[in-house]
Design a protein around this ligand. Sequence first.
Ligand SMILES: [Zn+2]
Length: 230
Amino acid sequence: MDWYLICLIIILFLATALYCIFHNPYKYPYKEIKLDISRKRNVQFIDEIDRYLCKYLMTVFNNHYQYVQEWKKKTEEKISKSLLKDYRKKQYLEVIDDEHMFIFLLTKEQTRYRQKNYVKTSYKVEVEVDREAYSYRQVAERFKLLSEIDFQCTLNEYYSKNQRKLMTKELKERIKKRDNYTCQICGKYMPDEVGLHIDHIIPVSKGGKSIPSNLQVLCSKCNGSKSNKI
Ligand SMILES: [Zn+2]
């Protein structure tokens, strides 16, 4: 056998062995959460996180937190049996990153085109716009604050000075459906939406919020007599 070839094999073998010893075998289990903001304007990152929490609550976060705890336990057990205990321990501590356990990604759908044989076809791709990382504690604190306002809107919206601006078309539709197009004082049914008003139970001028619990459907007659009283 060629002498050079033997040398080469030995070098390759040594390199592989060194790589196995020195390269960090641990990978911290981050959790990525995608928030689709296609067709949304003036997006505030934290609002999108609030909306996710209002919709899906803490399940994903609790489950992943548990998973990380188990991963840590298993990895530490493995290290205690390792021949390179101290070195492995150091490598393990380097990858621990609890402060950034959850990575939120803002994504947008983009339309792209491809041309083939004179035919142009469109296809959609998901593009990352921004990302922010949070610890479990930070997410849980946000969740607690949202629970105090009954998950009715985001915290920015709740404390916004401009509550009238928050009366979106979507919110109005939600209230109409919830109240079944029926005046909440006299019971008039308005399926054609003629004379249908969305009323702030506590008026905005008195600190009332644009949130479902403070909104109701009224007919124009009841709405008129209510504003006379106030
Ligand atoms: Zn009425």
